[in-house]
Write a protein that binds this ligand. Structure first.
Ligand SMILES: [Mg+2]
Length: 191
């Protein structure tokens, strides 16, 4: 692999890496989902950068603050580090078009399904998007990944009906996180 170009797996946070508490912001209540540590270790060993991309409109809606979000991500990084996994970077979208906090209340280009967080990460970390992947639990994640030019995997948690439009169609529907990882490794001939 070209040493100057990296491949990444973009990871949704809530419902993908950790249990999805609605607008969760208590680091002590954060719970990693099954297979996540093992799956991330496999991806890291295979040479993928691990990059979290998460919509956190709770900031715009005034449910929690950016410092509180940073504490959540410090906790997540710590939980994963204890399992030998290193997250390369965290990107979040604090915006919402109808937010209560003026500085975050606008129609941004980073809130998934827009691809802004992935494009920014690609620029900042020299990531080759067509050789990269996204794993998420809703179709807005899939669309963001597709729009960025990645291949996208939907975790089938039963909340989404598969679409017929290509922009929201995943490359694969995985029954759980480890199945998503195995599909990635098999697709890239790394198994
Ligand atoms: Mg999610």
């Amino acid at each position: 692999m070209d040493a100057t170009v990296n491949r990444a797996v973009f990871l949704d946070r809530d419902g993908t890496l950790v249990a999805d508490g609605r607008y969760a912001h208590d680091p002590e209540k954060m719970v990693l989902l099954g297979g996540v540590c093992a799956g991330l270790r496999l991806l890291e060993t295979a040479g993928y950068q691990l990059i979290v991309v998460t919509n956190q409109s709770g900031i715009a809606l005034d449910y929690f603050t950016e410092p509180e979000l940073h504490r959540m991500h410090e906790r997540l990084a710590q939980l994963l580090a204890e399992e030998g996994v290193r997250i390369g970077a965290f990107y979040y979208c604090p915006h919402h078009p109808r937010g209560a906090v003026a500085e975050y209340a606008f129609d941004c280009t980073c809130r998934k399904p827009a691809p802004g967080m992935l494009l920014k990460a690609a620029e900042e970390h020299q990531i080759d998007l067509p050789r990269s992947w996204l794993i998420g639990d809703i179709l807005d994640d899939v669309e963001a990944g597709n729009q960025a030019g990645c291949r996208s995997i939907l975790l089938n948690v039963g909340t989404e009906t598969l679409p017929t439009v290509p922009s929201r169609t995943p490359a694969y529907v995985a029954r759980d996180f480890l199945a998503a990882v195995r599909f990635i490794l098999a697709s890239d001939d790394l198994l």
